[in-house]
Design a protein around this ligand. Sequence first.
Ligand code: NAD
Length: 487
Amino acid sequence: MVDTYQNYVDGEWRDSETGETFEVTNPADQSDVVGAFQRSSSADAAGAIEAAAAVEDEWAETPATARGTFLRETAKRMDDRAEELTETLVREEGKTRTEAAGEVQRAVDIFYYYAERAKDYAGERQEPSTTDQNLYYVREPMGVAGLIVPWNYPIAIPSWKMAPALATGNTLVVKPSQDAPNVLRKVFECLDAAAEETGVPDGVVNFVAGGGEEVGGEILDHDAVDTVSFTGSRQVGEMIYEQATDSHKRVQTELGSKNPTVVSASADVEEAADVVAAGAFGVTGQACTATERVVVHDSLYDDFVEALVERAESLDVGPGLDDPDMGPHVSESELESTLEYVEIGQDEGATLEYGGERLEGDDYDDGFFVSPTIFTDVESDMRIMQEEVFGPFVGVTSYSDFDEAVEIVNDVEFGLAAGIVTQDHSEANRFVDEADFGVVKVNEATTGLELHVPFGGMNASSSETYREQGEEGMDFFTITKTVYDNY
Ligand code: NAD
């Protein structure tokens, strides 16, 4: 018997008016059905947006400390249920237990962080040019936030959008990904209980599951939505940006990438292989910050490839619930897409050095498992070095002088996260200056972020409008009002 789960709209759990649902299954085992979720219509989304709009003034006028209390009470409940949230995340998305526990903890910490930031984020008084004047500015909430999120960090990403939106006095509607909606639905159970305890009005937070065009499309078009924050693929994100700015909304999109790591002549080969393997194969390569291109100094190339292949060979791949080193792809279509790029790479003349196969056997046959993939003899203009492959997939090329390495690094349309492994301080500094990426890492995997500093991409990885996370994450959801008060 499959459990059916509802939307959360205007303070209550509701069925969609369509009467239809869709099922979510475990990517490690298709016979394990996670649940059925509402296949909502644009009318369902409109109902949620209107509920959020009806209380936007009341929530905006709620003192920031009270908004912070709501976030803190939500965080406590999430923390109390951390183990359950972790298991839910593993079952629907496929991450390993360790990876999922880290993501759940991150989401809890984000709610706590913005619970405290809420009261510090107000504005500033400046010295006026005349006497007897107060000159200051305040930040006001934008209104209703429409949040559209992907499946790959299905609790952390919505948390880093919802918490700053709420802290700054916005109401919101969030559309989860159809591949992994359950962990976010459980966050809404926590929000619901916290709202009841702290007297938060119905309609401040809303969760509507369903298709991109129906639910997402309504968020992009509805007049009552003031801001749209989207994380997802470049293809969908670019369309969303056009559609939502056409209807005069403030929009932020954070998209895919093709992230490089340079292994400098001064690097320790074993350390470099650890850094690259963590960035490329961690979370099954399904991170927007995953390493997909490695640019290695000639002098280390053969040793590095050998060390990276050793890392790939030693990875224990299996169902996330068993906590192996690497779990499955989230879905059949993501698995197919990775396998298609394996073929493309071979057709382009690159050498398949390791992996690139669907895994078979008792543990694997009901899931979407692939072996980690390493290509060598790649050229920067090949599709496998230009297009995002959302799996454990990496191409390794070489360079002879540092200018050439930087040129290869920047030879993509994307610009999210770039890394270098080096013991040379001046090379590291040049890399930080010259890499056209929104996140730059020295001697660390391209994946992994701190929650209290800004995050976002450059070029095709982002709308480049606002940053997420940290204090800057609140800017997107507010507008400044300047006051000249003569007394
Ligand atoms: P996706 O673009 O397919 O979907 C993202 C969301 O958009 C989903 O909720 C989907 O239902 C919705 N959507 C789809 N069509 C829509 C439409 N026409 N109108 C409105 N909404 C629509 O992305 P995905 O496969 O869920 O996620 C993987 C992608 O996300 C990768 O490209 C990855 O790099 C990117 N990503 C980026 C970041 C970042 O911060 N830069 C973080 C995580 C993931």
